[in-house]
Write a protein that binds this ligand. Sequence first.
Ligand code: SAM
Length: 258
Amino acid sequence: MKHVPRRRFGQNFLVDKGVIARIIAAIDPRPGDNLVEIGPGLAALTEPLLARLDHLHVVEIDRDLVARLRERFPSETLIIHGADALRFDFSALGGPLRVVGNLPYNISTPLLFHLASCAGTLRDITVMLQKEVVDRLVAHAGEEAYGRLSVMLQYRFRPEKLFDVPAGAFRPVPQVTSAIVRLVPRPAAELNAQDEKLLAAVVSAAFGQRRKTLRNALAKYLDDGAFAELGIDPGERGERLAPADYVRIANYCAARTA
Ligand code: SAM
């Protein structure tokens, strides 16, 4: 029976063979790789991935699709986790783990934050997202797309945009253009925020209200004397500061309250 795509699960299935081949080439799966695909769907990526791997983990929320996958692929090579990727413990799959997928757009931001929380066990992430989200991931300070997502994900990963994928590559055809991005976790030595929760809180405050100056947005954390010590202009806006500046602010606040 034909599967009817479910909008609530962000189901836009890849059908363009050229695009599928390009994504597989970008992932470059090798036998021995420990790889998990989020949202295998109708196996557009799963099948060519499995052809190149000893085994593959997949995490799929849709029970009907899970049943189809179980029928189609042997359980020794395709290890199916019928689960919500937002709650799935990726670190339980061991490291170094490679994460791939054509992600459901409706949950892409929380999913990226969830993956960031287990970045220590990851080797890399190669995923398809809405192009607009990829633009935010790779944006630099001062650029239009730069925001909380850019700072928090760039703190954890080195993001690299690989290529765009037109809407016509999917069925049903989505409203938006997509893009493939690769995220490589930064080595532990580069993660120098002393208190990552505090970093997240400072960044949220700085971007909470777009046109506020840092003096107003960060009033809870820094006075003018502190801005002077840090060498940061309190009349600037949050969009002008680089991830490293936010780490300096968070570490300054952590040191003061220690
Ligand atoms: N990989 C397939 C492809 O490229 O054709 C399907 C991609 S489709 C955009 C997203 C897939 O993620 C669907 O199979 C959907 O059921 C699944 N999905 C949606 N929400 C999910 C969640 N929270 N956890 C795991 N899988 C999810």
